[in-house]
Design a protein around this ligand. Structure first.
Ligand code: HEC
Ligand code: HEC
Length: 346
């Protein structure tokens, strides 16, 4: 025998030994979370979230759900994540332009629906947060949202025996730290996939559009889909859709992050999934209903230096076409998502 096969044999034996030991250790402990597979709906791109770093488990998702609905993540106990991110509004704030936060304050922007987050790389209307796991730190510490410190939150959770058990079940020990808390929140939010609207059923051959819906879909593909691209109904780019700047809020959008004047007044193209349930609209919620938004595109676009070239001449739409577009947008409502008990308050 030459030395090469011997070395191979030895490595095989050693790795077997390592596996055997690992298995024994695993059997001896009660850390045994149940893996959850993340499925990509047919025809969708691959998700961008790195699941290898934070694998989904039933225990991690359940912990995330408890945290999402827990007021103790806020200073006075009144502002859990779910106070602004409400399930019947696709986890946006129901019929609000800006959301209410701590001490009667208001957020700068309209709370976006939370759905299909596994496909998003940059969060917030301006893309200022570049990892889903970092996202919760912003609202928890923002004085206009939850107004709490991370240390206080962690100490409140550590004092609760039930949370110590939940963290142990999800991550293997009772230790409660920032990374575990944010990873559990991410796990829960990543399961919020909306892909079962009438539109999706039509795509899967399980339903058919009625006439107004199908005429609306044709208009949509011709006039809207270059930015609100299927299947996510956003191309995730930043654009100035011709909304004039609000002189009180003075929100320059993407430019706040990049400091580049070419990005002034640009905001991430929002998804239109569940759009009929998530009013108000626009980054500051200035449009009260969907017809207001369509009237903006047909008549209200303001041309400034960064207004998107596709909108400079507005989007001509007759009243008839607006009605058909609204019929189509209604097919993006996914009631199984809006009422799924898995996402509801525990
Ligand atoms: C007081 C209301 C409020 C509370 C409480 C709140 N949020 Fe938000 N959330 C917002 C607003 C407003 C935005 C948009 C911020 C922006 O664009 O600057 C947002 C954005 C987000 C986003 C980004 C979505 C996207 O598509 O980019 C996620 C994810 C999110 N919030 C999760 C959470 C979690 C998790 C919690 C609890 C730890 C939480 N939020 C608490 C109002 C709130
Ligand atoms: C040039 C790209 C572009 C085109 C074309 C476009 N949109 Fe938009 N749309 C945007 C951007 C960017 C926003 C966010 C604007 C903001 O918040 O300042 C937006 C916002 C919206 C909103 C508000 C959603 C929310 O949750 O706040 C709706 C509804 C909407 N668009 C529908 C349409 C329809 C219908 C069409 C076709 C008639 C269309 N859009 C064409 C880029 C575009």
């Amino acid at each position: 025998m030459t030395s090469k096969p011997r070395i191979l044999l030895l490595t095989a034996f050693l790795s077997w030994l390592a596996m055997a030991c690992e298995k024994k250790e695993f059997e001896g402990s009660d850390y045994n979370p149940t893996p959850v597979a993340f499925t990509t709906p047919p025809g969708w791109p691959a998700p961008v979230y790195n699941f290898a770093e934070n694998p989904l488990t039933e225990q991690g998702i359940e912990l995330g759900r408890q945290l999402f609905y827990d007021g103790r993540l806020s200073k006075d106990g009144n502002f859990p994540c779910a106070s602004c991110h409400q399930q019947p509004a696709a986890f946006g704030t129901f019929e609000h332009d800006l959301s209410h936060g701590f001490n009667n304050s208001h957020t700068l922007r309209n709370a976006p629906p939370l759905q299909n987050l596994a496909w998003i790389r940059e969060f917030h209307h301006d893309g200022g947060i570049t990892h889903l796991d970092l996202q919760p730190l912003a609202p928890i510490t923002n004085p206009e949202e939850m107004a709490e410190t991370i240390d206080n939150v962690l100490n409140k959770l550590r004092a609760d025996a039930q949370y110590r058990q939940l963290f142990k079940a999800a991550f293997g020990s009772e230790e409660i730290n920032t990374q575990r808390m944010t990873r559990a929140l991410s796990q829960f939010m990543l399961t919020m996939v909306s892909a079962n609207s009438k539109y999706d059923k039509v795509k899967r051959g399980e339903a058919t559009f009625n006439l107004p819906e199908s005429l609306g879909y044709d208009i949509f593909k011709a006039k809207c889909a270059s930015c609100h691209t299927e299947p996510l109904f956003t191309d995730l780019s930043y654009r100035n859709a011709g909304l004039s700047m609000d002189n009180v809020l003075r929100d320059h959008g993407r430019m706040r992050i990049t400091r580049n004047p070419a990005d002034s007044l640009k905001f991430r193209v929002p998804s239109l999934r569940n759009v009929m349930k998530s009013s108000y609209y626009g980054h500051d919620g200035r449009f009260f209903d969907i017809l207001n938004v369509l009237n903006h595109y047909s008549d209200g676009v303001v041309n400034g230096p960064t207004t998107d070239p596709l909108l400079r001449n507005k989007i001509p739409l007759s009243n008839f076409e607006k009605g058909q577009l609204i019929a189509f947008l209604g097919t993006l409502t996914d009631s199984s998502f809006l009422t799924n008990k898995k996402f509801a308050q525990p």
